[in-house]
Ligand binder design. Structure first.
Ligand code: GLU
Length: 511
């Protein structure tokens, strides 16, 4: 096998869609698996769609996701420059070669003339209105016009484009590593513009030239590019590069959660999950769109999730370290069918990765939230808190969101529990528990439990009548980690005073 050289080739037209991160990941996995090279090429030839800051955003997103770039923009390399806007001369030279070899030609048609051609074909009942072998001779180009006129037009800097001269009636075969055999007849392909009137290449030309020049072995990209692939094959042929043509692998689409169509930013917004890896501030509108990073996703979890979104390991294993992914990854196991994007699955992965982190890391998440809220706590307490919360959280910020009662006495009490369980008997029980906790000061969970049990049995009150309101006094709610452990972390004295506080605030209910 030739050395594996793969590229991720985004256009800096905005933030990177999560599907783009998956494309980058699959390229990266293949590169690492075969000791190959992962290249970042920036396809910025469409100046009208260029968005400042997008390139930096892409680089930062890949860095955060742990997708390392070996060569290309930001990393350098033998085939520099890797930004297409800096490779204009290379494309111009290649286009000249195609023209000389009779595979491309100059075209001078104005927008109005092109429109008139399309109208004419439409009126004649043609369902394809192509600029191709059937129509090119009736248009204004270097094939139809006299040579002298062509020369004059070129010299007088008449605006022109360069078009590919597609030979009709040829079956173009393409073997896609995921889709299998694809055959398209060249009559279906129009004489695509290769070079625009501003002297910039189109995507097709630049893409093929660069893949060839950068010795790319595999083109792994989204399914939306599959229809362009036969044209690319034709370009390789006309350039005489067919032997060096990369292998193609077109990745399945990412579908909406219900499987109904392509996943878009609008769907993600509507369903309340991120579509971009990291925060994106649109320079035009100033709109800030929250990314996976800022929402609390761990990069390892997101990568694991994305890896399985369109690829299957052939086993039921779901959790993969990056090294395991590299080991197991093969292009052959990429599915043909579109992959439904299930955000709950992404959250599940996040949970798994979060709970597997050492206490230290988890404590630092909690510590950060405490500092933000102007609070502090000793290491012993934060360690205990993260230990009881670790199996309950999905995101790092949940330690605070769901565990703030460990640090702040509740201000509000769940109405439902109050109306159902707050009564004379339960308050009597609470008062006794508070007294006993303060008097005996139990420390460990089982001592606390014994104290509570004893207080209640002394009064002949069933635990079921009091424990829900005891929890209410501690947390303000009805859910949370084990109650006795919660009290242990709060300390008996604090627990006692939380009971007193709740009784005082809710006393109105007992009268
Ligand atoms: N610049 C194209 C994009 O933005 C790259 C497609 C390809 O990988 O060939 O998706």
């Amino acid at each position: 096998m030739r050395p594996v050289r793969v590229r991720f080739a985004p256009s800096p037209t905005g933030a990177l869609h999560i599907g783009g991160v998956r494309t980058a990941l699959y390229n990266f996995l293949l590169a690492r698996k075969h000791g190959g090279t992962m290249i970042l090429r920036i396809e910025d030839t469409d100046q009208a769609r260029y968005v400042p800051g997008a390139e930096e955003y892409i680089i930062e997103s890949l860095r955060w996701a742990g997708i390392q770039i070996d060569e290309g923009v930001g990393a350098g390399g033998t085939f520099a420059p890797y930004r297409q806007s800096e490779r204009k001369q290379i494309y111009q030279q290649c286009v000249r070669q195609l023209i000389e070899d009779g595979h491309a030609y100059y075209a001078f048609d104005s927008e109005a003339e092109l429109e008139a051609m399309r109208e004419r074909l439409k009126n004649a009942g043609e369902n394809q209105q192509h600029y191709n072998s059937a129509t090119r001779m009736s248009m204004k180009n270097s094939l139809s016009l006299p040579a002298v006129e062509v020369q004059t037009r070129l010299l007088s800097e008449d605006p022109y484009v360069v078009r590919l001269k597609v030979e009709p009636g040829i079956d173009i075969h393409l073997h896609d590593l995921i889709r299998g055999e694809v055959v398209v007849n060249s009559s279906q392909i129009d004489d695509k513009v290769l070079m625009k009137s501003d002297g910039m290449p189109t995507y097709h030309l630049a893409n093929v030239v660069d893949d060839y020049m950068m010795k790319i072995s595999h083109v792994i990209r989204g399914e939306e590019w599959l229809p362009s692939a036969p044209l690319h094959v034709l370009l390789y042929r006309y350039f005489g590069w067919e032997k060096e043509m990369p292998a193609f692998a077109h990745l399945p689409l990412l579908l909406k959660p219900d499987g109904n169509g392509k996943l878009s930013k609008r769907d993600a917004d509507r369903m309340g999950f991120p579509i971009f890896p990291i925060n994106w501030k649109d320079p035009a509108s100033g709109e800030l769109v929250k990314g996976y990073r800022e929402s609390g996703y761990l990069p390892e979890a997101l990568i694991n999730f994305l890896a399985l979104l369109g690829w299957n390991p052939g086993t039921t294993q779901e959790l993969f370290t990056i090294d395991e992914l590299i080991q197991s990854f093969t292009l052959e196991r990429i599915n043909k069918a579109g992959a439904r994007f299930d955000i709950q699955k992404a959250q599940w992965f996040n949970q798994q990765y979060l709970r597997a982190l050492p206490d230290e890391r988890l404590r630092s998440f909690l510590q950060e939230s405490l500092t933000q809220h102007g609070l502090s706590a000793d290491t012993q307490t934060t360690t205990k808190v993260v230990r009881v919360m670790r199996d309950r959280v999905t995101f790092p910020q949940d330690f605070w969101e769901q565990g703030r009662f460990f640090f702040l006495a509740p201000d509000q009490y769940d109405d439902q529990i109050v109306s159902k369980k707050w009564n004379e008997e339960s308050v009597r029980g609470l008062k006794e528990i508070s007294r006993a906790l303060k008097a005996t000061g139990p420390v460990a969970m089982d001592e606390i439990k014994a104290t509570v049990d004893k207080a209640l049995s002394g009064l002949g009150i069933k635990p079921g009548a009091v424990l829900p309101v005891l929890r209410l006094c501690m947390t303000g709610g009805s859910a949370g980690p084990d109650l006795m452990t919660t009290i242990e972390i709060l300390g008996a004295a604090e627990a006692g005073s939380r009971i007193d506080r709740a009784i005082e605030r809710l006393s109105i209910k007992t009268h």
